[in-house]
Design a binder for this molecule. Structure first.
Ligand SMILES: Cc1cc2nc3c(=O)[nH]c(=O)nc-3n(C[C@H](O)[C@H](O)[C@H](O)COP(=O)(O)OP(=O)(O)OC[C@H]3O[C@@H](n4cnc5c(N)ncnc54)[C@H](O)[C@@H]3O)c2cc1C
Length: 381
């Protein structure tokens, strides 16, 4: 009797989140995009799948999942809605990672565990008006004042800011120390002196909410510095490979969605009494999309595998993010050409893919910065 091999954990995760995306996200994706608001009901629905806790250890209520499994999950969500995948990624990784690594027991009980259950929303604030790619230029200051930190400054482009319960915020503690003068701090929403401005109107990922933060004499306890003094940037570097590989996985999800639509339409639409898919120039587009998605896949999951083995993967994660995000942009661009005028109609999803893919070019490093890193890793700088 032949034994049917049991599915691996990765296959189970792919199947579970593929089904969730098909049944729960895709039917609502357009509605969420048009509403332009954080869909709390969807955030709560995702919480029930255990997604937010997936990559954390069991002892704090997680599932003990690895980076490969996490990437599979966000890739499947991104196939349905980039907004949903983006706020899920924020909750699973950037918004909660520092709290998990460097927070106190009280932080874990009051904030982290509820966040992993989807009862609190997390956010991550690095970017400032004049310090974006150049994080070292951050001007938001945290000054020690007795047994508190006093925070003044502002942040911009902060995902989830209008709805978040707590923020992990990058601040300067000593301007003379360069990157070593940067540290992360936990700031809870209700802290006096924290202001959230009106949200941004934006091109894509419209079901996420983004706003500016202002800090005016925000007073927080000493234990809210997350990590050893001067280790902020070093600690960020430790998860940057995961952030980049995860963004590559988001890119694959979107590219696959654009590709599937393109194939379907190429087989349906007729011109000159022929399916447009019978024209070689359309076939070339399909072939290029398939090839690039395959390449992005190999690069992304190879980088994830390296991270799971405890390797540095700086170059490989940068390559994966660079290639996969550009692949997603090219795939959604080609999809609009295959759909022709209908891609311009809000009735078809390709316009959403075309708008949402631009988001992938910024988070985790722009293509220009990633190219700079790859070249440096190759010894040319
Ligand atoms: C939808 C969305 C969500 C976001 N969410 C968050 C969030 O939750 N938290 C947060 O902190 N930030 C967030 N950001 C901000 C994001 O991290 C920044 O957009 C990113 O850091 C790049 O900054 P910038 O767009 O201002 O570009 P800039 O840094 O101003 O760069 C402008 C251009 O110059 C290039 N450039 C800059 N420096 C170099 C260099 N040394 N060599 C070559 N080229 C260079 C860049 O590649 C880019 O092409 C978000 C942005 C978007 C669009």
């Amino acid at each position: 009797m032949t034994r049917i091999p049991r599915p691996t954990a990765e296959e189970m995760i792919r199947k579970t989140f593929a089904r969730f995306t098909d049944d729960e996200i895709i039917p609502k994706a357009r509605e969420m995009d048009e509403a332009g608001k954080f869909p709390r009901w969807m955030f709560e629905k995702i919480a029930k799948t255990g997604a937010y806790a997936m990559r954390y250890p069991r002892k704090i209520g997680g599932a003990g999942g690895n980076t490969t499994q996490f990437c599979i999950m966000v890739e499947e969500l991104a196939r349905g809605s980039m907004s949903v995948a983006a706020f899920t990624a924020m909750q699973c990784l950037m918004g909660t990672n520092f709290l998990y690594q460097y927070g106190t027991k009280d932080h874990h009980e009051r904030l982290l565990k509820p966040a992993l259950r989807g009862e609190k929303v997390a956010s991550f604030a690095l970017t400032e008006a004049d310090a974006a790619t150049d994080l070292g230029g951050a001007k938001t200051m945290a000054v020690r004042d007795g047994d508190h930190w006093l925070i003044n400054g502002s942040k911009t482009w902060i995902t989830n800011a209008p709805v978040a319960d707590f923020f992990t915020v990058l601040c300067q503690t000593d301007k003379t120390q360069g990157l070593k003068g940067l540290n992360f701090f936990l700031i809870e929403r209700e802290t006096p002196g924290l202001y959230v401005s009106k949200k941004f109107e934006k091109l894509g990922t419209r079901a996420t909410e983004i706003a500016e933060l202002a800090f005016s004499d925000v007073r927080i306890p000493l234990e809210n510095r997350l990590g050893q003094d001067g280790q902020g940037v070093g600690n960020l570097m430790r998860i940057l490979a995961v952030i980049r590989t995860m963004t590559a996985a988001l890119s694959i999800g979107l590219a696959r969605a654009a590709f599937e639509c393109s194939k379907r339409y190429s087989l349906e639409r007729t011109q000159f009494k022929k399916r447009i898919g019978s024209f070689q120039l359309i076939q070339q587009k399909i072939a290029n999309m398939a090839t690039e998605i395959w390449g992005a896949n190999l690069m992304t999951y190879k980088a994830a595998e390296m991270i799971d083995r405890g390797e540095r993967a700086l170059k490989e994660a940068s390559m994966a993010k660079y290639f996969a995000s550009e692949t997603a942009c090219r795939a959604s661009d080609e999809a609009t050409r295959i759909y022709g005028a209908y891609s311009y109609s809000m009735e078809y999803d390709v316009q959403r893919f075309y708008r949402d893919c631009r988001f992938l070019l910024f988070g985790g490093g722009t293509s220009e910065i990633l190219q700079t890193i790859i070249s440096r890793e190759e010894g040319v700088y």
